[in-house]
Design a protein around this ligand. Structure first.
Ligand SMILES: Cc1cc2nc3c(=O)[nH]c(=O)nc-3n(C[C@H](O)[C@H](O)[C@H](O)COP(=O)(O)O)c2cc1C
Length: 344
């Protein structure tokens, strides 16, 4: 139904426009009496067998919505109706910023993929805090934090500290995002010294809090094995509690889309089916080289139940989807959870 009737209509409209329409629609859905109940009944599947304990937090099932869709923490409750057990809000930065010039999101239909260069467009961390305080969350919330584009890499640590401090009481876990390819030079912060500095400061802030909230690192699928070994050291040195693997990729390998269109589109992070294999390889590498101990949220190109199962088999405990949800529609999470149940 979604792929045959609804998706062709949605895909006639600019991707970013349809994104805003969906956000508005979901806000309306949440206030129509009875509709939330019906959606929940239809799209949600519950079973004790789906429950997962991850870093001391209990998740109703392993599937969450990846960062970047609910950047300003506006629609996490209505989105829980589609069966997600958690949503990662953000990336939020200290100050509001408009991101890169439009157009900045493109569909590659033949590849079941997207390219985006949004550039951390968001209304700022204080706005997210206000929204969360207004709308107590019905599901687990992750807080994905970043730096403002105008902040230099030398000063980045202050941006991460600011976002972390203000969001601390509102979310259940944190994700430090230094892997977005759409904010100039951000990915340079993935080197070990920069990460040591940023995360040590966040740990100091956390030490003064009553509740210890996990800090995960979101990493790029474009890291080589030496860089992945650095990430493993961060984990074994107890700086990070785990990773979200992976973000979007700068690669354009093996795409069906024409070279001409790819050139017209230009820079941006590739998501969806084409990055699935690499992101699963990253998960497997991290898991195998930590004896299966590293807590991993697996994300990147989950476009079928098989992709989801592969990531779990590679060592992820939880999963996130973004592009696959756009291509497969609102029944996608239930389908994945059903397949997980069936396999048990
Ligand atoms: C339009 C768009 C915006 C995104 N924005 C963010 C973001 O703000 N922060 C972040 O950590 N990841 C962001 N991502 C990356 C996703 O969270 C996810 O890691 C990536 O898309 C791979 O998963 P997928 O193939 O299921 O989409 C964004 C992805 C897309 C497609």
């Amino acid at each position: 139904m979604y792929k045959t009737f609804i998706r062709p209509i949605l895909f006639k409209i600019q991707p970013e426009t349809i994104h805003h329409v969906i956000v508005k629609f979901m806000k309306v859905v949440s206030v129509i009496p009875g509709l939330s109940y019906l959606l929940k009944q239809f799209y949600t599947i519950s079973s004790p067998k789906l429950e997962r304990e991850f870093l001391g937090i209990k998740f109703a099932n392993p599937v969450g919505f990846a960062a970047g869709f609910d950047k300003d923490a506006e629609i996490y409750n209505p989105f829980s109706l589609f069966g997600f057990s958690f949503i990662e809000i953000g990336t939020v930065t200290p100050k509001a910023q408009s991101g890169n010039p439009k157009p900045r999101m493109f569909r590659l239909k033949s590849d079941s993929a997207l390219i985006n260069r949004m550039g951390f467009n968001n209304k700022g961390v204080l706005n997210a805090v206000k929204n969360i305080n207004k709308l107590p969350s019905k599901i687990i919330l992750g807080g994905n934090i970043g730096k403002n584009t105008k902040t230099t890499n030398e000063d980045a640590v202050n941006d991460y500290k600011y976002a972390f401090t203000h969001l601390y009481d509102c979310v259940d876990y944190f994700v430090v995002n230094v892997s977005c390819p759409n904010v100039s030079n951000l990915t340079k912060l993935q080197d070990k010294d920069s990460l040591d500095k940023i995360i040590n400061e966040l740990i100091k802030i956390r030490a003064a809090k009553d509740i210890r909230k996990p800090i995960l690192l979101k990493i790029s699928p474009d890291l080589n094995n030496n860089q992945l070994n650095d990430i493993i050291s961060l984990y074994t040195d107890s700086l990070i509690d785990g990773v979200v693997a992976t973000n979007t990729s700068v690669s354009r390998d093996s795409l069906l889309e024409s070279k001409k269109r790819l050139t017209e589109i230009g820079n941006g992070g590739l998501s969806g089916s084409p990055i699935s294999k690499r992101s699963t390889e990253v998960i497997r590498y991290l898991s195998e080289n930590t004896g299966g101990k590293m807590p991993i949220i697996g994300v990147g190109g989950i476009n079928s139940v098989e992709d989801a199962i592969e990531k779990l088999d590679a060592g992820a405990t939880l999963l996130q989807v973004y592009t696959g949800f756009i291509y497969n529609g609102p029944g996608f999470v239930k389908k994945i959870n059903k397949a997980i149940l069936k396999r048990m």
